[in-house]
Write a protein that binds this ligand. Structure first.
Ligand SMILES: [Zn+2]
Length: 281
């Protein structure tokens, strides 16, 4: 509704949330907040839900995602172009033709969620005041997930939050409240992206909350799965042999050929991210 001011100093923020929930029901929420007073214009809300159902094993979880766009402004950017493939993906070849699940991946208003500046900087955070040893085990699992993806896209672990592109925090996602006020059960993960402009270039950043209720191998598999979303796989596989399968399984799979074929295809798509928001008016 209305137009976005083309003020160069204006920072636009889009918040997209992705909830993964271990028990019962989960929902992903995507919303844009435009904090600037100059912009009373753009409203976008996308909700995505993940449904998780337990069977006999406390690990089997079905995630169901839904996406809802409410009032997409047509004045938000801009040109969408592809970036050169990162060398790591360029070199990567699947000789077995294992296929992909690219048809399950969603584009967004700004195109595919593609990084174009490498290495992507990742900050891992735990809250203070918790068991030091537990916290270290958790950090190690998350670092392992980062290491596994970094073979295919350059990632760098950083200590400073303010330079991080992706921040992974050991923190319970906020409880989801239904419109009727009923509080639903806790989610296991919440992955959110923000859009902003800096020097007229459109960028994104990701925040991943991983619930402390996830322990053991599930920390690694949850971190690996959510990182997959943050690296651009904004959707789920239908095969349980893929990291991006929509459900948590008893034996979490490694990053699969299909995950990588999908990732590579995503990075061949166009996006507004990493490109100027002016000059295309
Ligand atoms: Zn997911």
């Amino acid at each position: 509704m209305g137009k976005i001011t083309q003020n160069k100093r204006l920072w636009r923020r889009l918040i997209v949330r992705h909830f993964d929930k271990p028990f019962g029901f989960a929902q992903d929420k995507l919303s844009i907040s435009l904090p600037s007073l100059q912009v009373a214009v753009l409203t976008l809300v996308i909700s995505t839900g993940l449904l998780v159902i337990f069977t006999n094993f406390p690990v089997n979880a079905i995630f169901r995602e839904q996406e809802r766009n409410i009032q997409l402004s047509n004045s938000l950017p801009v040109v969408q172009k592809s970036h050169p493939l990162p060398a790591t993906l360029e070199q990567w070849q699947d000789k077995t033709n294992s296929g992909d699940y690219f048809d399950q991946i969603k584009s967004t208003k700004v195109g595919y969620l593609i990084w174009s500046t490498f290495p992507v900087k990742v900050k891992v955070e735990t809250l203070t005041g918790i068991n030091e040893q537990q916290s270290q085990v958790w950090v190690n699992s998350v670092l392992q997930a980062i290491q596994q993806w970094s073979i295919y896209l350059p990632l760098q672990v950083v200590q400073k939050s303010d330079i991080a592109d992706i921040t992974i925090i050991r923190k319970a996602p906020p409880l989801q409240v239904e419109p009727n006020g009923k509080i639903l059960r806790a989610r296991s993960a919440l992955t959110t992206y923000n859009l902003y402009t800096k020097n007229d270039i459109l960028y994104h950043s990701f925040t991943i909350l991983l619930s402390p209720s996830q322990t053991g191998d599930y920390v690694l598999s949850a971190a690996r799965h959510e990182l997959g979303h943050a690296l651009g796989i904004w959707g789920h596989s239908l095969l349980q042999t893929d990291t991006m399968y929509f459900s948590q399984v008893r034996k979490p799979p490694f990053i699969s050929l299909r995950d990588l074929n999908t990732l590579k295809k995503v990075y061949q798509q166009s996006t507004s991210l990493g490109w100027s928001v002016v000059g295309n008016r």
